[in-house]
Write a protein that binds this ligand. Structure first.
Ligand code: PLP
Length: 266
C-alpha cells in the first residue's frame, strides 16, 4: 500500500434522523462526510419513513438509546467535529445539549432542521424555543436556511439584507458564528449565504442551479462544513469548501425516484 492509502482520516460525528430514501438525514451526512475526507460516526435520534416525494412516518428513538449511542461513540472514537440535524423534540434537544457539555463536543455545527421540503415537521413547533435557548449557545456554527432563520428570529426573510439582519439576531442567541443560507430566496439570481462571527460578515455566492433535485442539500452542506472543521480548516475555509461541494452535489443531483431527487456525493 502507498503512504496515502495508510493515512487515517479524522473522525466526524452526525447526530440526526434516518431517511429511508437515502437522500437526506443521517444517510446524506455519512456520504457527505466520507466525500469530504473524514470517517463518519452516526447517532440516530429518530427514524423516518421517507422517499423523494414525502415523509410518511417518523418515530423518535428512546432517550436512553440516543444517550447510549453518544456515549459509545465518545468513549472510543477520537471525534474531531460534530454535526446535529433532525432532533425532533425538546427532550432530545435537552439530552443532546447535556451530552455536548459533558463530552465537550467542539467544534459543533448545529443545522436547525425544522421541516422537510415536502412539508413534514421534523422538529415539534414547541421545541424551537428549547433549540434557541439550550443548543444554539453551545454551537460553533448554526446553519439556518431562510425559513428556519425566520422561525428563529420572527423576521420575514426575503432579501440579502434580511439575511444580514437575521445573522445579527441569531448570533445574539449565543453561537460563535451563524451561516444564514439564502438558497431559498426566489428573487436572487445567485444562492447567497451570509456568515457572521460577531466581528465580520462574509458572503458566499454560487450560481443558482435550476433543478427540482435538491433533497438533502441542507444536511449535505452542514456535514461538509463539519468534515472540513474536523480536518482542521478554519471556519471560513470550511464553509467555502462546503459551499463548493454542495453546489456540485446539486449540479449533479440524481433524478431518481418520482419527487425531489437526492444530491450526488462524489
Ligand atoms: N429527513 C431528515 C431525517 C432530515 O434530517 C432532513 C433534513 O435535515 C430532511 C428529511 C429534509 O430534507 P429536504 O428538506 O432536503 O427534503
Amino acid at each position: 500500500m502507498t503512504q496515502r492509502e495508510h493515512r487515517i482520516p479524522p473522525v466526524a460525528l452526525t447526530i440526526a434522523g434516518s431517511d429511508s430514501g437515502g437522500g437526506a438525514g443521517i444517510q446524506a451526512d455519512i456520504k457527505a462526510m466520507q466525500a469530504n475526507g473524514v470517517f463518519a460516526a452516526s447517532v440516530i435520534t429518530a427514524v423516518t419513513a421517507q422517499n423523494t416525494q414525502a415523509v410518511t412516518a417518523a418515530f423518535e428513538l428512546p432517550l436512553e438509546l440516543i444517550e447510549a449511542q453518544i456515549d459509545a461513540v465518545w468513549e472510543d472514537l477520537p471525534v474531531a467535529a460534530t454535526k446535529t440535524g433532525m432532533l425532533s423534540s425538546a427532550t432530545i434537544i435537552e439530552l443532546v445539549a447535556r451530552k455536548v457539555r459533558q463530552w465537550r463536543m467542539q467544534p459543533l455545527v448545529v443545522d436547525p432542521v425544522m421541516i422537510s421540503k415536502s412539508g413534514y415537521p421534523l422538529l415539534k413547533p414547541d421545541a424551537i424555543a428549547t433549540l434557541r435557548e439550550q443548543l444554539l449557545p453551545l454551537a460553533t456554527l448554526v446553519t439556518p436556511n431562510a425559513h428556519e432563520a425566520a422561525h428563529l428570529t420572527g423576521l420575514p426573510i426575503e432579501t440579502v439584507e434580511d439575511l444580514y439582519e437575521a445573522a445579527r439576531r441569531i448570533k445574539a442567541m449565543g453561537p460563535q458564528a451563524v451561516l444564514v443560507k439564502g438558497g431559498h430566496l426566489s428573487r436572487e439570481a445567485e444562492a447567497v449565504d451570509v456568515l457572521y462571527d460577531g466581528k465580520r460578515f462574509e458572503e458566499f455566492r454560487a450560481p443558482r442551479i435550476d433543478t427540482p433535485h435538491t433533497h438533502g442539500t441542507g444536511c449535505t452542506y452542514a456535514s461538509a462544513i463539519a468534515a472540513n472543521l474536523a480536518r482542521g480548516f478554519s471556519l471560513s475555509e470550511s464553509v467555502r469548501r462546503a459551499k463548493r461541494y454542495v453546489t456540485e452535489a446539486i449540479r449533479y443531483a440524481l433524478p431518481i425516484g418520482h419527487g425531489h431527487g437526492p444530491t450526488h456525493h462524489f
